[in-house]
Design a protein around this ligand. Structure first.
Ligand code: ADP
Ligand code: MG
Length: 242
């Protein structure tokens, strides 16, 4: 059985810095794979490699058994890989609906269909009633939902979410988690970068732990939580920071 996403030994260097060093993991349809690791561990870079925004120096990425390493980002998106960004970048002077249509237009060139897709995605993230507001009028939590709707409108089978609950009001976190779980229920493969360990332990089926560009653990949450390297590198330092 091949997984929907297979990442095999990917390495990415920026000058003398190795941001990802021979990372291997996979994600199945209907599964949530969480990625943890301190800042600078290489989490976002891994997303850049999967989505084609950056080119791996070694290793390969396969979607449904098909190699997508070196394929252009727009092609990878059209093959069914959606992504939300850590640093939100909505088009501030476009409406909420228009922002999501940008995503939908990755899939269709018919405006009507794009609008329908956009509205469907907005309904899914519970932002439909704000469709005619400007993106800049939204709160951070709402902008996260907008980002998600834009990614969903591209029609993904795999969605990569970078720090979904980062920087949002505590009260909006349960709603965001529900959304992630409903994506899984829909049969999407979800790969999630998340700093909130309580959230991660609860929703992830498997967790990939990175440290300084290396994979230090990959497995079920209960296993990863007890991994000595993880406790040392991440949980330990997070405790100190708290
Ligand atoms: P994380 O998302 O885990 O915080 P990143 O993947 O953003 O980490 O970054 C991993 C390392 O790679 C960091 O040291 C970061 O400074 C470096 N890095 C990321 N992107 C670039 C880039 N485009 N050019 C140079 N260095 C980069
Ligand atoms: Mg990051």
């Amino acid at each position: 059985m091949t997984s929907l996403l297979e990442v095999q030994g990917v390495t990415k260097r920026f000058g003398g810095l190795t941001a990802n060093s021979e990372i291997t993991f996979d994600a199945n349809a209907g599964e949530i794979v969480g990625i943890i690791g301190p800042n600078g561990a290489g989490k976002s870079t891994l997303f850049d490699l999967i989505t084609g925004f950056e080119r791996a120096d070694a290793g390969e990425v396969r979607l449904d058994g098909r190699r997508i390493t070196g394929v252009r980002p727009d092609r990878i998106c059209a093959l069914g890989v959606g992504r939300t960004f850590q640093k939100l970048k909505p088009f501030a002077d476009m409406t909420v609906a228009e922002n999501v249509m940008v995503g939908a237009l990755a899939r269709t060139h018919r405006m009507r269909e794009a609008r329908d897709r956009a509205l469907e995605a907005l309904a899914f993230v519970d932002l439909l009633e704000r469709r005619d507001r400007f993106a800049r009028e939204l709160s951070t939590g709402q902008r996260k939902r907008l980002e998600l709707a834009r990614a969903l409108a591209t029609g993904p089978r795999l969605i990569l979410m970078d720090e979904v609950t980062g920087g949002v009001d505590q009260r909006t976190i349960p709603g965001l988690i529900e959304l992630v779980l409903s994506l899984k229920a829909r049969g999407l493969a979800v790969v999630l970068i998340e700093h909130n360990m309580a959230v991660m332990m609860r929703i992830a089926d498997r967790i990939l732990a990175l440290h300084a560009g290396r994979r230090i653990a990959f497995g079920p949450p209960a296993e990863v939580r007890q991994d000595a390297l993880v406790v040392d590198a991440y949980l330990g330092s997070a405790d100190h920071a708290a």
